[in-house]
Design a protein around this ligand. Structure first.
Ligand SMILES: *Cc1c(COP(=O)(O)O)cnc(C)c1O
Length: 707
């Protein structure tokens, strides 16, 4: 199989390496590479929304020719290209080499979503970013891993609010040709097409590749001519609400994904499922074992020994359950081919607490994977309780769900200016060893003035970005004035700024801080020490309660009684998240415990010196140390959780956060605040990096699962 040659029409010979760079997302987490594209042409870089693939296709020949003769540009080009080639040189994973010196094991990682960059809209939220960050870190650590996911051609849903604050979705089809993705071709130069095993009528998938540093990510695409219309739509968008179509998605991802790896000649020895959506991949492994002559019993043991499953949510609706009749419709021939009867097969996915509810993908994955984990210590406990009845009948199965707390990919989420500051005080090579806790003690060496100035610069940049978006909405889209005002036009860089941004799932309680408007109004409208709040986030298109929360927040933003200190910024995604987590003063998080399995956006903020004001749930139970942010939610409950938690937020703001923020020395620096900022950075840098997390997966799971 070969990848198709991509066409950048005017690329001069001297700059041929730009194609290599543009076609590998490595550029996205290396500021020097991003700078290279920006140097080529600032306006075009901005116009392409930081997408080198798109930019190189559209740049006029004259600009490229000029660059190929510009000595300064060429110097930087040569430097970046040699760093990239050095990075790509293969030298093996030192951690796996310790445990299995002889062979190169291959891990196949399956996930329904990947959040890698905003030009690749294959994500909905945290699960996707976790997967995306994981691939980048596996690349950095030389982990021999390949990844499988979906190409969602209609993944780009732009969020727009109507004048009444109702969320509307504008679908923007993905331009597959203008992103860092390549179609895989057969030897004869035709697109590689793979047939999903055992499905009648047949379902075909086309395969695309995204290069994430050293890690290949294969994306399945059902939107091809040889599929019937219903089949073409299987991969149209993430998490369709139609149960049968959703089952077909998961069949394609699991069975089809495994088949694609086989067709590519990839012989993986370990499977890692990121959530249960791809759990059918394990069925193919059972089938392979049976084909090799194993008994069913032994096949299951073998599959368990080499399979890893990560569960991500305690929210019951977050686990797919398919009615038995649908499973029967699609798997009848499959279980016959395994030599199983209906009962035995369905039993694999039955939850004893709800035996008639249907086939539960998480129960199925937990039964077939020997290595399983939740994504924070607390979530590990919750998951063990949630699923304990699965193992009552079969005491001999290894059943403990371990905990591996999520982390964020530091090179992706550190803001480049912050990275430069760290270079000065932590040493220019701090990124190479960034999971070393000792390193982070050096944060104290940064003069308060420097950290504060960097932060203020990032805050101003955030507000600039928001204002520019508002201006465009006004001037280009002719959006009504009320939308422009609520979109952030009134924000003030001198005001203590709270950020709240995430998916608008109801358990996240986005409007909690609006619970007592009178009390909030006093804080927002304070003449000397005001507060402002920036909200952002999308509700799932089918989630009307989520959209109603969003609308109530919008109405609050529109309410002049609240002093013009609230803003809702449309279309939250990877790009705006970058500005937001870098630029606000406080990151607010108040889900209903224990629903937040881990949470990662707060880590991204803290890494950049933005302390968390968060409920004690998920990672914050491990991260909060009394001096690196603020916590609530541990008081005895009075029966009204929303009331208790909102009270606690107001009290922390009134008594601690606002006074500390506005306690500024003569030199203009709030030293007490900067101390909290530094502690926040230290905490996340040393404990909540994707590097620490990935090493735990390597040592606790992969090293043991590799045969
Ligand atoms: C990190 C991230 C998330 C996940 O945030 P949570 O804290 O887990 O809710 C969601 N969306 C975007 C765009 C992100 O960058």
């Amino acid at each position: 199989m070969t990848a198709s040659p991509s066409v950048f029409p005017y690329l001069p010979e001297r700059l041929a390496g730009l194609e290599e760079l543009a076609e590998n997302l490595w550029w996205s987490w290396h500021p020097a590479a991003r700078m290279l594209f920006k140097m080529l042409n600032r306006a075009a870089w901005k116009e392409s929304i930081h997408n080198p693939d798109k930019m190189l296709r559209e740049l006029p020949k004259a600009i490229l020719t000029a660059a190929s003769q510009d000595e300064n540009f060429l110097r930087h080009y040569d430097l970046v290209l040699s760093r990239f080639r050095e990075y790509m040189r293969h030298n093996g994973c030192s951690i796996l080499r310790e445990t299995c010196p002889a062979q190169e094991p291959l891990i196949a990682y399956f996930s329904a979503e990947y959040g890698l960059h905003h030009s690749l809209p294959f994500y909905a939220g945290g699960l996707g970013f976790l997967a995306g960050d994981y691939l980048k870190e596996c690349s950095d650590l030389h982990v021999p891993l390949v990844a499988v996911g979906f190409m969602y051609p209609e993944g780009y849903v732009r969020q727009r609010l109507s004048e009444s604050g109702w969320q509307e979705s504008i679908e923007q089809g993905l331009d597959r040709e203008a992103a860092s993705i390549t179609r895989l071709l057969n030897q004869d130069g035709k697109p590689m097409i793979v047939k999903v095993p055992l499905m009648e009528p047949p379902i075909h998938v086309m395969v695309w590749q995204v290069k994430v540093g050293r890690i290949p990510l294969y994306l399945l695409d059902t939107d091809i001519d040889s599929n019937e219309p219903w089949n073409r739509g299987i991969s149209a968008r993430l998490y369709t609400g139609d149960l049968e179509q959703r089952l077909r998605q998961e069949i394609v991802l699991g069975l089809g994904g495994d088949e694609v790896l086989q067709q590519l000649g990839i012989k993986h020895s370990v499977v890692h499922l990121n959530e249960g959506h791809a759990a059918f991949a394990l069925l193919e492994r059972v089938r392979d074992c049976l084909a090799e002559g194993f008994s069913l019993e032994d096949a299951l043991i073998q599959v368990r020994r080499t399979s890893v499953f990560t569960t991500h949510t305690p929210v019951v609706a977050g686990h797919d359950v398919f009615p038995f009749y649908l499973i029967e419709k699609y798997f009848q021939s499959f279980w016959t081919s395994l030599g199983l009867d209906r009962e035995t097969f369905l039993q694999l996915g039955t939850h004893p607490d709800a035996p008639t509810a249907g086939f539960n993908m998480t129960a199925f994955a937990l039964r077939l994977a020997g290595f399983k984990n939740g994504v924070s210590k607390k979530h590990g406990e919750v998951a063990n309780r949630m699923w304990q009845s699965l193992w009552l009948q079969t005491a001999d199965e290894p059943h403990h769900i371990e905990a591996i707390t999520n982390g964020v990919h530091v090179p992706t989420w550190i803001e480049p200016k912050m990275e430069l500051l760290f270079n000065t005080y932590l040493g220019a090579d701090w990124l190479d060893d960034h999971d070393n806790p000792f390193l982070w003690q050096l944060i104290d060496e940064i003069p308060d003035e420097e950290l504060w100035r960097t932060h203020v610069w990032l805050k101003i940049k955030l507000l600039d970005v928001i204002r520019e978006q508002s201006r465009r909405r006004f001037a280009t889209d002719r959006a009504p004035a009320s939308l422009v005002l609520t979109g952030g036009a009134l924000l003030d860089p001198n005001v203590l700024t709270i950020g709240f941004a995430r998916r608008f799932a109801t358990y996240k309680r986005a409007e909690l801080i609006l619970a007592n408007l009178g009390r909030l109004q006093k804080l927002l409208g304070d003449r000397w020490r005001p507060v402002q709040i920036i909200f952002a986030g999308k509700a799932h298109p089918a989630d009307d309660p989520g959209k109603m929360i969003l609308q109530r927040i919008y109405n609050a933003c529109r309410n002049p009684e609240l002093c013009g200190r609230l803003a809702f910024v449309e279309n939250y995604g990877e790009q705006f998240a970058q500005y937001l987590v870098h630029g606000v003063d406080v990151w607010l998080n108040n889900p209903l415990p224990p629903m937040e399995a881990c949470g990662t956006s707060g880590m991204k903020a803290a890494l950049n010196g933005v302390p968390n004001l968060s409920i004690l749930d998920g990672w914050w139970l491990e991260g909060y140390n009394g001096d690196n942010g603020w916590a609530f939610g541990d008081a005895p409950e009075t029966g009204d959780r929303d009331q208790d938690d909102s009270e606690a937020i107001y009290r922390l703001l009134e008594e601690r956060i606002i006074p500390l923020y506005y306690d500024v020395a003569d030199n203009g620096i709030p030293h007490g605040w900067v101390r909290i900022m530094k502690n926040a950075i230290k905490t996340v840098g040393s404990q909540f990096s994707a590097r620490r997390m990935t090493k735990e997966y390597l040592r606790n799971f992969y090293a043991k699962a590799i045969p």
